[in-house]
Each structure stands twice: as C-alpha cells, then as structure tokens.
Design a protein around this ligand. Sequence first.
Ligand code: TRP
Ligand code: ZN
Length: 880
Amino acid sequence: MREGTSKVIYRADYQPPAFWIDTVELVFDLDPAKTRVLNRMRVRRNPDVMPQPLRLDGEELNLARVLVGGQGTSFKMEEGQLVLENLPEGNEPFELEIFTTCAPAKNTKLMGLYVSNDSFFTQCEAEGFRRITYFLDRPDVMASYTVTLRADKRKYPVLLSNGNLVAQGDLEDGRHYAKWVDPFRKPSYLFALVAGQLVCREQRISARSGRDHLLQVYVRPGDLDKTEHAMNSLMASVAWDEARFGLELDLERFMIVATSDFNMGAMENKGLNIFNTKYVLANQATATDTDYGNIESVVGHEYFHNWTGNRVTCRDWFQLSLKEGLTVFRDQEFSQDLAGDVSARAVKRIEDVRVLRTAQFPEDAGPMAHPVRPDQYLEINNFYTVTVYEKGAEVVRMMQALVGREGFAKGLSLYFQRHDGHAVTCDDFAQAIAEANPDSQLAQRLEQFRRWYSQAGTPRVRVQTHFDAVSGIYSLTLTQSCGATPGQPDKQPFVIPIALGLLDAEGRELTSGMHVLTQAAETLTFPGYSAEPVPSLLRGFSAPVILEYDYSDRQLLTLLANDTDPFNRWEAAQRLATGRALTYIRGDLPVELDAPYVEAMRTVLRHPALDAAFKELVLTLPAETYIAEQLDVVDPQRIHAVREAMRQQLSQALYADWEWAYEAHKDSGAYRPDPVSSGRRALAGLALAHLCLAARTSGDNVWPGKAYQRFKDASNMTDRFNALAALVISGHELAAQALQRFHAMFRNEPLVLDKWFALQAGAPDRNGNVLPVVKQLMQHPDFNIRNPNRARSVIFSYCSANPGGFHRADAAGYVYWSERVMELDAINPQVAARLARALDRWKKLAEPLRGAAREAIARVAAKPDLSNDVREVVTRALAD
Ligand code: TRP
Ligand code: ZN
C-alpha cells in the first residue's frame, strides 16, 4: 500500500538535480472526490550533471497522461517515482505535460491537497507537493508558477494561490476560475492553494519605500471578529522586519488563511500563509493571553520566512535549520522588541528558555537526538523538531552574541546579497555572518563554532571557583563536556559564549562581561578582591548548555534578590526549587519547605518593583519534565507527588500573600493583551490556583467559591480559564459544575473546546483518576481523532503533558498510548509519530515502568505496515 521509499536518506549523499524545472503551469479542476490536475512544465537538463533519466516524485496519484513536447512518451514507475528515459538530448528546454487526479476528501494525512470543513487547502512542506502532481519535489529546484483554479462558484467562491491574481471569471455549469501568477521563483514546498467559502479582513499599508501592499486574513464566515489581533500582528511584523533588518515586503498582496485541520502551527507558502486556526483566531472572550502571544509570534514567524526561507531557501532538508532556526530567532527577537522594557523582554526570554530546557534538552539526551543539521533521516517530517527549531535559534543567537547586534544585521545583509533567490546551506549562512565581521570571535573560530551544527547533545559546562584571600584573586575554572548521542560517541569542544558577572555579598555588581569558552577547560582569574564574590553565570542563558555549579543557598538568595540580570534572578529561584525537589525525591524525608526559601518567595511576591509577569515565573516551580531530566532514574509519580506537595506548602505558607496578590492584581482594566496587563492576569491566576489548593487541606470553601464566581463573571478568557483551572486542578467539587457550564457556553467554539478537553486530560492525577476520564472524553460527541487539534487536546495532553497520570504502575497508560499511536498512524502518520515520541525517555524510567514502556513500544514496532514516520521513532527508541 505504501508508496515511495523506506530508505534512510543521508546528508552526505546530496547530489544536484539532473534536471531543472523553469516554469510550471498548473490547472486544477477542484472536486473533493476527484480533483484533476494538469501540470505543464518547461524542463531542461542540468548541464553540470551526467545525463540520466528524469525521476519525478509522486504519491497517491492517479496518472492519466504524460506528454513530452505534446507527444505521448514511454515511462515506467520505480519506487513510486515516474521515470522518463526517452527525453530530448542536449540542454534545450522541453515541455513536459502530466495529467493526474487525486482524492482530496480522502486525504486524512493533511499533506498535499485536502478538504477541511468543505474547503480545499494544501500543505506541501516538506514533501507534500508530490501528492498533488509528479514533480522534482526537492527544495533546490525552483520554478515560476502560474496556477489556474476552477471550481463550483457557489461552494467555492474564494480561489487563492501564491502571488498575484491576474484573471478571474465565470465558466459553464456554475463554475468559475481564478488565475494566479507568482512573480518569484520558488521550491515546490512553498506552493499553496485555497478554495472555499471564506471571508477576509483587509488592510492596506504602505512600506517605507512608499510601495503599497494589501494584507488579508481569511477565515470562515462567523470568525471575522477574531481576526483583529492576527492582522495587528501581521502589520507589526512587516514594520519590524523593515526597521530591524531593512527587509521589505516584496509582494503586492500578502494573505493568511486559517484552517482548523492542520498538522502543525502554520506554513509560510509564498504570499499565501496557511495557519492552524489556533494561531489566528482570537478575541477576548475565546482566547487567553498565551494565545494572543502565540499568535503574535507565529504570525511573525511565518511572515519572517518570506525572507529567511523563501527568498533564500534550503538546498536540501538537512539544512532545515537554515530557515527554521534563523526564523525562530527572528520571531523571538520580534516578540522581545514588541514587549518593550527590560523586564518584559526577560519574561519572553525566560519563556523561550523554558521551552528549550523542558523539550529540547530531553530530545538531545534521548534516542531521537540529532544535530541541528541532521546527518540522516528516514522521514523528514520527524525532523521538524525542537532541536532544529529552538536549539537552531540558540545557535543563531550565539552568533549574534559573538558579532554584536549590528554585526549580525550586517551579516544578514551579506547573506541576502550573496544568496537571494538561491537554495543554500547552513554553512553558507555562518560564512556570511562571519565574513561580514572579520574581526569577530565568530570569524576567528568559525570552524569550531560549526560544531553546533554537526554535534548533537547538550554540552555541560562545569564551573569551579576558588578565592585566595591572601592574594585577593578569584578564579573560575570552566570545564566543558558533551555526552555521547546516537552515532556520535565522542565530541569535540564547542565555542560557548558565557555572559557572566560578579556580585559582592550585598549583591552589588563588581564586574560583568562575556567569556568565550573554546577549550575543554579554561581558568579565568579576577584579581583585586577583598572578599569572595558571588558569580552570576550564563546570564541571559547566553548558550544552550547545562551549567553546573554548586551554588550555595546563600549565593542563590543573593542572586535572586539582587542580580542585574533578570534571567539569572529567575534562574536562581529555579535552582533553589530544583535542589529542594531533588532532595525530597531522592530522600525519604517528608516535603517540608524551609523558612529561608519560603521567605525568599514571599519577598519576590510582595516586591514593590518587580513586574507581575516576572513574579509569576519566579513563583512557578520547575516543570516535572525538567526535574526528571536532572535524575538518572525517574519515577514520574514520585516527582509529581513531590512537586505537588511543594506547591501545596507554598499555598499554605504564603496564604495571606496569595490573597494579597490576587486582590492587588485581579483587575487589569479593559482587556488588552499587553505585557503589563497580561502579567497581572497571570499572577492573579497563579494566586487563585494556590488559594484553591490551600482549600484542599483547610476545607475552607471561601476561595473555591470565589473562583467559581470569577469563572462565571470573568470578562475575558484568561481570567475565566484560570478560574476554571484553579477549580479543576485543586480537585474541588465545584469543578464538575464549572466544566459543564464552560462546555455549554462554548459548544460552538472549537478552539475553546480544545482547552476544555486539554484541561481535563492534563489534570493532576489522584489515584489514577485521569485515564478513565481520558477514555470517556474520547467518547464525547465533540471528540474527533481525525482533527489534529482535538486529538492533541485529549491524547497528547494526557500522554505528553501529564506524566503523573500517564506513567501508571499498572501500565494502562502505556497500553492506551500504543493503541492510539497505531490508530492515528492509519489516519495521520505525522501526528502519530509525534505521539510516539511521548515515550522517548523510557530508558530512564524506574522499574517496573521501564519494562512496561519497552513492551508497549515493542508492540507498536511489531505492527506490520507502519508508516516511515512512526517506524523511525519506535525503531530508534528500541535501539541501544
Ligand atoms: N515551515 C513551517 C514553519 O515552521 C512548518 C510546517 C508547517 C510543517 N506545516 C508543516 C512542516 C507540515 C512539516 C509538515 O513555519
Ligand atoms: Zn518556520
């Protein structure tokens, strides 16, 4: 049944294409059951490559006709490819015409052309275009596209594709057409079409150059009132890229279209971005502050791809981080710049680092570990990872640290000067940044720096300090190492920029700067101190490493109270909490938070100068997955129990402070998703959660009652959802009533229902009560496993985001997982493979969980007919 290859692809095997495709004319007759696709290409041999047959990729296509120069020709099928041997010799272009049909309504993989809510959408990255027509479906083949769409006018009034609309009109039988020309050459993965009943919000803008542009956000009728924020985000993105990097919008028209069936977040198709509704639709009644923030960054991300990804694209898919790491870096900078002041920027940085450490570090330590520029894959979809995206962004961030902000902007200009309109490599990028800054540490150590692209694994930097009271010399010895990862037993030293400062005992800053660590071990000396300073290391998280230093509590409390670097203030609190959690987890002592820790938390909570958003981050304990990574043997239930006990004690010990915090922050004025008011809502939400938690032991129902009232009266989704979550998470009896009410209120809002499902599937486990709830939720009439957002809201919320509930001693969580992986694989392998990763870290689990997890993975691996996607994940999980 499966087409295409089941072969591992190696980066080292890259060969340029044997043919170029200069132009493509596509004509679509759109029909859900049978869409007809006429594809006329101008093809020529690549003179740099030995003459060979033309092999075109195709998948799940029905081939009706192949013409070369208007004449029939012989062809054969080999490994799913269409192979043409009798082609004109010489280097002159020739015309190749291919006529195929496909069945969009049956396309549950959501790759290629598919139907969602009676509209047509495409998703071509990475290898979806081959599901639309036979093609050289690889990013280094760039062509000019002309696209004609024909469809029933009543059912599909809106017909969109990349570029500019050049013609439209009516046809016979109630059909109509639209013809689009994309002025830019592009790889096939950036092709897109949309057809359906859609409405749009429009905005005209003029760029600095005076050029006018039309911005459009398309949604289903009824959703227009949820498009303002996406449009604002898009306008801000256009302005930011001009201001920060001098990069202008190069199209007359830029469109965003939202669909509720989408495998990922969004897609940067040239001029026609297609988005998961989750990253477009928002109003205060249905979306939380987090949603607003995510929309801003995803809209930015896709828009920024227009230059970093589309104008300059990837030579091959191993270079994915060339566009993704760079574009994540750009969207992170965008959100920081929009946030404004130092504190709000730090909040964004902390959130980004939290993602890196809770998701990417485990990936880098597990069976799927791979370099930012991978060396091999079975299925490229499996490499749209936090390593390629988030660690890739950190690598770009380090480059900026090494060449400076201005130097980096200069480097980016050189990159576009050299490579605009081409498909290039990660090396080309690093080379441009370095060469634009010849005197920088990056240029001087470029070859060594490139190890960040080639070596997987998270480096550890161990720090030892020494103070000689007699000479007054303070010294720091830095030692770096990196553990083995699959296929890479030994690692060479990295170039690690380490921003640091020294504080005196009163917390005053003595000195600060950046050290670039390049050797396996180096010692820094600071002369002239009368007393031992307190080191503030890796400020701003200046490199994606694990920094090991045996901080004393006293040092951490000094940093928490005084450091000029807000990131390290937060980090000090995380270390205080992590250290305590690990002690309780390892020992048999009951969880009993000490007074100095509690007092430090109280001081932060009551601090007159700190921002609410920052306080909320400091008062939030490290995630269970983060704590798990600090342990060699993991008992998720124990971690959960300890963390919950710590939370419970913080609730009680700071009861009056939480009351104050709630009352002082609960009113944030008319709803605006800005950093200040969203920070107030976040802190009020945390306070309410703690107050309801405290009611668990006290039995006092006042705060749960207030939470219920808040839940009913809230004027925005953030406050309403926080109140609901406070009830659900504390396990209060009012939760059931609130959940029922919430569902009734939002029964027609799919994105809100996703939250409703996710909250229940992710709720703290009490005596194994979550799995039965999850199974019940799957029976709910609103559940639909074919919709990725909904599947994620139930299945992933349980398997990936609820370790305490998932890792059951009776292995029932694992059995459920294996069943869902196999069920999903038959529908949508990409989504199934993501779920398969939930057991990535099984080898760290304590027995009997470890054995049970292994068995569950083996059960999946033994299934015949697995997709490449899932097979790659489970095979690597079982490998030793
Ligand atoms: N290029 C997209 C982004 O990061 C990623 C993406 C969207 C994607 N949809 C996909 C990747 C489907 C693979 C498959 O912005
Ligand atoms: Zn991207």
